[in-house]
Each structure stands twice: as C-alpha cells, then as structure tokens.
Design a protein around this ligand. Structure first.
Ligand code: EPZ
Length: 430
C-alpha cells in the first residue's frame, strides 16, 4: 500500500492538464457492447476503474486493444479500440462488480444486444447504499423481465425490448445511461423523462448518435430515442473531466496559487465557478484552458447544496469543504445526493478544521491555518479533499489508502508536483 506525503504551504503555479472524464469513459466503454463493429475511444484516462471495465468487457466477449499514449504535450489520453463481435458471456460477476459499481452499466447494453444479462447487484459503497431500483424499473418498462436471486440481477428480454415512456422519480445518472443505451436498440419510441443532464450523458449520447442511434433532447431533461435495428462502429474522444477541473480550481484557490488548467471547459463547471467566484476566486477561460487565482488574497465562506447537474456536483463537495476550512467566516454545505458523504470530516478535523455536522448538513468555520497530520482516505473524492488540505496545511500530511485516489485521478501527484507542490508517493511502511 502506498501513501502520499505532502509538505504544505506552497502556492500552486504553472500549468496542469485535465484528463478525459472517468464518468464519461465508463458508460462509453459499455456502449461498445451495442454493436459488433469497432468502437474507438480516445482521450481515455489511465485509471484503475477503466482497467476494471476493460476486464469486464473482455469477459463478456469484447476484443480490446490499446493504441498507446498520445505524444507528450498533447492530451495524454489513452486510445482503446473495443469490438464485441460476439457476446460470449452475459454474466458480470460479483468479483468485478463489487470493485466498481459502474459495472452495472453493462446491464442495458447486454439486454439490448443479447436479450439477457446476469449482473451482480453492485451492493453499497462507502458513500451510501447505492440501489439500482430505478435502472431495473426502467428496463422492466422496456419489456425486460427482472428477477433478483443470490445477489444477482437476472434480466431477460427473449422477445427483445420495446420502446416505452419512462419517468424517472430521480434524475439518476446511471439509470439514465443504462436506459438510454438499452433504448437505442428497442424498436419504437422511448421517452425518458426527468433524465439526468450531466455532461457525461451528453457525451454518451453524442457517441451513440455517431454509432447510428436516433436520440433527441440531449442536455434537456427529456430524451427521445427511436430504436434502430443495429448500431455500427464509431470513433469518439472522451469529454474533459469536469470533476478533475473543479478539483484543480480548488487546489489553486486553497494554496493561494495562480494556475493555468489546460483542456478545461468553463461551461462544464458553471455552478462551481459561480460559487468559487462568491468565495473570492477569479476564474476566466482563456483559449482551451482556465486561469484561476484568488481575487484579493482572501477567501469568503459560501453556502452550498449539492444537486444534479447543472447544480453544484456532489463529486466536488469534499474538495469544496477542504477549501472552506481556511475561508474567512462560516459556510454551510448540504449533501443532498448521497446519504453518507461526510467521511472526510473527521480527517479534516484532525488537521485542525472546525466542522460540525448534523445529518446531511455541515457547518464549517474557517480557521487561520490547518496543520499537517496523518489521515486516512475513505473514498475517491474524500481522498482528494485530504490532499488539498495537505497542500495548504502547515507541516507534513500523510494520506493513507491512496488506492482510492487511483480510481479517479490520473497521475495526480505528478501533476501537482509539476505545479510546485511538495508532494510525493511513497511505500507505506506500516
Ligand atoms: C454517478 O453515480 C457517478 N458515477 C458518481 O460519481 C456521481 O457521484 C453520481 O453519478 C451523481 O452525480 C459514475 O458516473 C460512474 P445516481 P450513480 O444514480 O450513477 C440514488 C465518483 O466519485 N439512486 O445519480 O450511481 C443513489 O443512491 C462517483 O466519480 C437510487 O436511489 O449516481 C444516490 O443517492 C461517486 N436508485 C442518488 O440516487 C437508483 O436506481 C444518485 O445516484 C439509482 C440511484
């Protein structure tokens, strides 16, 4: 096991490049099951979750080849070619699904392409029980028969799927993606109301259209899909990671730095930029990147409530909380998406933060400075909030269980070190 050691107090300066979005890449890879032709995806990040999804798709019959990295200086994204010429297996095993809940995104494509699927129930994770009831209800409306047995979803559509009007009670990202992919091959029209509007879904829809799907209403809350007989191959470049972009914005702000974030799009982080603007952070688009620094050296406390896109993303809540621990004044953060996404609080408190939680709300009172301490990562986004805190803290911070970080951040230590951070990844002797 590795740990990350940070000596805080150094402002980040220079240029950092954003990788392709993990949460776009995973459904895009699952979409390769919808055709027997080659789907080529570029700008893929080098992440554990991407490798896990590749392993799962390989077990289902997909041939996957990696076309190396883009030349240095360009975006370093990996190029993968995926071809599920034949689906040789329709089971997504517990061993893989428990590692990565996004494995459930093969359910819709397998049903649509092969008429059956046996996918392990993902089970919960650190941030909440994470049920998939909305996925299953929607697929049943598309004509699938769904049973749960021995921890597995047993789904069948022997007569094939057919279009339906589905109203999602909650704008679930994963349910929208599963149902969107399944509907592409379901004869008739499918209307998906209260669909999630995250940019990663627009990216998936764009790729599906390139594969021959007929989809309207992208970026609105209502998707209309006319099913087609088959989809063909395509090439698609994965959208930039808006969560990584937001993370770098906050890293620059918490260290009072001055950063250029390449491959970043301001339109994908609108709500975040608004909130950071209120907190005293100046962000402007210049060319293909963003320039970020504090306006006048001071940070103000700002209240935030997480919400589905285009609201403030839950995946940036922990990072924003780290920033607010050193703001002048108080801020209230409400986590309205997941049931248990405050596990970074006790760790930030160990570093001297003043945070009081009450159910889904946390009140943060800014302190003069954090102090470095040994802390423990618990989930992907909590782990990076501890890194941000360590960048600003006086003294040394050691973040353990950094395998969480490897799931969602590509080469984070190198990227931050290249901007002047005193940060390194070392073997955890304990
Ligand atoms: C996606 O998860 C992301 N993961 C999450 O990112 C992100 O936090 C989340 O969307 C919200 O934006 C990927 O894209 C791989 P949801 P997903 O379905 O699809 C409840 C990260 O850090 N719900 O929108 O699982 C659910 O319990 C990860 O990169 C149901 O009740 O999110 C949760 O409370 C973490 N029933 C809420 O909805 C369902 O059938 C949001 O879930 C589905 C969801």
């Amino acid at each position: 096991m590795d740990l990350i050691r940070i000596r805080g107090g150094r402002p980040l300066k220079g240029r950092v490049s954003v990788s392709g979005a993990k949460n776009a890449a995973l459904p895009l890879m699952a979409a390769s099951l919808l055709t027997d032709e080659v789907l080529t995806l570029s700008n893929l990040p080098h992440l554990v979750d991407i490798s896990t999804m590749a392993r799962l798709l390989g077990q289902l019959g997909a041939e996957i080849s990696m076309n190396g990295e883009a030349p240095e200086g360009g975006n370093m994204g990996r190029v993968l070619s995926l071809q599920a010429a034949t689906i040789t297996n329709t089971t997504a095993p517990y061993d893989l699904v428990r590692r990565m809940r996004a494995s459930v995104l093969v359910l819709g494509p397998l049903l649509a392409r092969a008429g059956r699927a046996r996918v392990s129930l993902p089970g919960g994770c650190a941030i909440g029980p994470r049920p998939v009831d909305l996925h299953l209800q929607g697929l049943a409306q598309l004509g699938a028969t769904i049973e749960l047995s021995e921890g597995y979803i047993e789904a069948e559509a022997p007569q094939g799927l057919r279009g339906a009007r589905i109203v999602l009670p909650f704008a679930s990202v994963g349910a929208t993606e599963n149902l969107l992919m399944a509907a592409c091959l379901a004869p008739g029209e499918t209307v998906l109301e209260n669909a999630a509007r995250e940019p990663e879904i627009a990216d998936l829809a764009k790729c599906l259209i390139a594969m021959g799907a007929r989809i309207e209403g992208i970026e609105t809350g209502t998707l209309r899909i006319d099913g087609v007989d088959r989809l063909h191959g395509a090439s698609h470049s994965v959208i930039a990671d808006r969560i990584e972009t937001g993370t770098h914005l906050m890293a620059a702000a918490i260290t009072d730095g001055d950063l250029e974030i390449a491959n970043a799009r301001l339109d994908l982080v609108g709500a975040v930029a608004d909130i950071l603007g209120q907190a005293g952070v100046d962000i402007r688009q210049n060319g293909a990147g963003l320039r970020v620094r504090r306006r006048n050296g001071l940070l103000a406390g700002v209240d935030v409530k997480t919400a589905p896109y285009p609201g403030f993303p839950t995946d940036l809540q922990a990072q924003f909380m780290a920033l607010m621990t050193v703001a002048g004044g108080a801020s209230k953060i409400t986590e309205a998406i997941f049931e248990n996404r405050f596990m970074h609080v006790p760790e930030l408190t160990r570093m001297g933060a003043d945070i009081a939680t009450d159910g889904s709300a946390a009140v943060i009172r800014g302190v003069q400075a954090l102090t470095g301490a040994p802390v423990m990562a618990t989930d992907l986004r909590a782990s990076v909030s501890l890194v941000l805190a360590g960048l600003a803290a006086e003294g040394e911070t050691r973040v353990r269980r950094v395998y969480h970080l490897d799931r969602g951040y590509e080469r984070l230590v190198e990227k931050l070190a290249a901007c002047g951070a005193d940060i390194e990844r070392v073997k955890d002797a304990e």
